[in-house]
Design a protein around this ligand. Structure first.
Ligand code: SF4
Ligand code: SF4
Length: 215
């Protein structure tokens, strides 16, 4: 899921300097799980904005703010309330904000900062395990991502700073490559490959990414 957190309210207010009427949009998927843009956060934002002297013309929590066609449909359904607003405040990841921006002629304000693709450890605790590098190496690394778990993103074994299995960048954390070595040896029964992993093909990361499925 996409992990996000709310921007400081003062920053959101600063974006509304010459705007008095706003419509609020949350997202029922990732932003709800992160407690950054679900029903509760939209409701609180509405109260805070009214207390700050703004008029809230309405609000909605879209099923998936990253789904551009559904966003357009939901904006149309809220027609008058959206039209009455000078700006739409969006409590979703950056993808959702852009769905809204593309689907409306109103100014769009991002209320969240989008942080990373996260695994859920437990409720309210998220960890980055994948950096979306476009060329997955997990099959060679016992399912531990060196691109993400190693602060240096090293692809060929530990750097010279590893000490007794700990990372030199974060001494409380285990070195990713030490973990890979141990898991390969103890679980998969194979050693770390002596082959040098070639540099990553960064052409696979050219932005903006797109994918169209064949029918
Ligand atoms: S190598 Fe790591 S960053 Fe790249 S796709 Fe696999 S898990 Fe994600
Ligand atoms: S000690 Fe290990 S995890 Fe830390 S930067 Fe070096 S290789 Fe990466």
């Amino acid at each position: 899921m996409i992990v996000s957190k709310q921007k400081p309210f003062s920053e959101i207010l600063a974006s509304l300097e010459n705007i008095s009427r706003v419509f609020l949009i949350g997202c029922a998927k990732c932003a709800t799980v992160c407690k950054s843009g679900g029903e509760e956060q939209v409701w609180r934002m509405q109260e805070d904005l009214i207390a700050a002297g703004k008029e809230v013309t309405g609000s909605m929590v879209i099923d998936e703010a990253c789904h551009m066609l559904r966003v357009q449909r939901d904006l149309r359904a809220k027609g008058e309330m959206v039209t009455a607003a000078e700006a739409l405040i969006v409590l979703s990841c950056g993808a959702g904000v852009q769905s809204v921006s593309a689907g409306s002629d109103r100014a769009t304000i991002a209320a969240l900062d989008t942080l990373f693709l996260g695994n859920i450890r437990r409720f309210g605790q998220f960890e980055q395990r994948c950096s979306l590098c476009g060329e997955c190496r997990l099959n060679e690394t016992a399912g531990i991502c060196p691109v993400t778990a190693c602060p240096k993103g090293i692809l060929n074994g530990p750097c010279g700073g590893m000490s007794e299995g700990k990372c030199e960048v974060s001494p409380d954390a285990e070195c990713a490559w030490y973990q890979i070595f141990v898991r390969l040896r103890d679980r998969d029964g194979r050693p770390l490959s002596p082959e040098t992993t070639p540099p990553k093909d960064f052409s696979k990361l050219v932005k903006p990414g797109s994918l169209t499925l064949e029918r």
